[in-house]
Design a protein around this ligand. Structure first.
Ligand SMILES: Nc1ncnc2c1ncn2[C@@H]1O[C@H](COP(=O)(O)OP(=O)(O)OP(=O)(O)O)[C@@H](O)[C@H]1O
Length: 255
């Protein structure tokens, strides 16, 4: 499968019961772009990521990830699900990092990182072990391979979680408030790993409250409120000169 690293959404809608959570969301994210999504609690930020990752299915709209119809495709009058095997394959090309690190507690850091390639892709164990060592080193955790999650700090666990996602060689990485559960002094070490990844050309969509990271690293910024994209554009431009009153009010609270 050739790399693509793009995300395209047109008029995505998603409801839970009677509540419409995503209201005609459009996205166009280029390969290598770093896009931060900000907005108040409950505005739909996580749901956008969960739809891109296939953890939720959208109710309507077009969604293409890595250049392919994702999970389903639309014809004039109907939606057609792609075979579940196809969705599973598409999902292996996306990495997702959650607020709660979600590591397997009964596996070491090293085993956590190897688990995807070996169990999901059937990769060679020796090769995967070598790669896990390299990935641990790349997130600043060389020598921590034998530690279990409970023996690691939150910042270390989150870096293992990032390495675990990278072990699958994704074209796109999605981050859902990756530093929100961390002690303030651990936030920087996770953001440093994310900055490093951004420099390497990974496509990244990051739901975050870290405005400093958005200003420094993001190419584009999306401000969501009440299921809508209220404002989007160049990250630094919006952060210093928001056009929409709702964005202005939000940024006044958080900056
Ligand atoms: N599985 C679900 N079932 C029912 N309602 C849901 C579900 N997931 C999300 N919601 C609702 O959808 C709305 C948007 O939630 P979402 O988590 O996407 O917002 P968010 O902007 O990421 O919020 P936060 O910053 O608090 O994480 C909220 O009202 C939430 O309660």
């Amino acid at each position: 499968m050739s790399a693509d690293g793009t995300i395209l959404a047109k008029k995505i809608r998603k409801s839970f019961g009677h509540k419409t959570v995503l209201k005609d969301i459009d996205l166009e994210i280029a390969s290598g772009e770093i896009c931060c999504i900000i907005g108040p609690s409950g505005s739909g930020k996580s749901t956008v990521l969960r739809c891109i990752n296939g953890l939720e299915t959208v109710d309507s709209g077009v969604l293409k990830v890595n250049g392919e119809d994702f999970g389903y495709y639309e014809t004039e009058n109907a939606y057609h699900a792609l075979p579940p095997k196809k969705l599973a394959e598409q999902r292996t090309r996306l990495g997702m990092v959650f607020q709660q690190f979600n590591l397997f507690p009964n596996m070491t850091a090293h085993e956590n990182i190897m688990s995807g390639p070996v169990l999901v892709k059937g990769a060679d164990k020796k090769e995967s072990a070598k790669r896990a060592h390299e990935l641990l080193a790349s997130v600043g955790l060389a020598g921590f391979g034998d530690y279990y999650p409970a023996q690691l700090s939150g910042g270390q666990q989150q870096r293992v979680a990032i390495a675990r996602s990278l072990a699958m060689d994704p074209e796109i990485m999605l981050f859902d408030e990756p530093t929100s559960a961390l002690d303030p002094e651990k936030v920087g070490e996770v953001l440093a790993v994310m900055k490093d990844l951004a420099k390497k050309g990974m496509t990244m969509v990051v739901v975050t409250h870290e405005m400093g990271f958005a200003r420094e690293v993001a190419d584009s910024l999306i401000f969501m409120d009440d299921g809508y994209i209220v404002e989007r554009g160049d990250a630094r431009e919006i952060l210093s000169n928001p056009k929409e009153p709702r964005t202005q009010a939000f940024l006044e609270q958080v900056l």
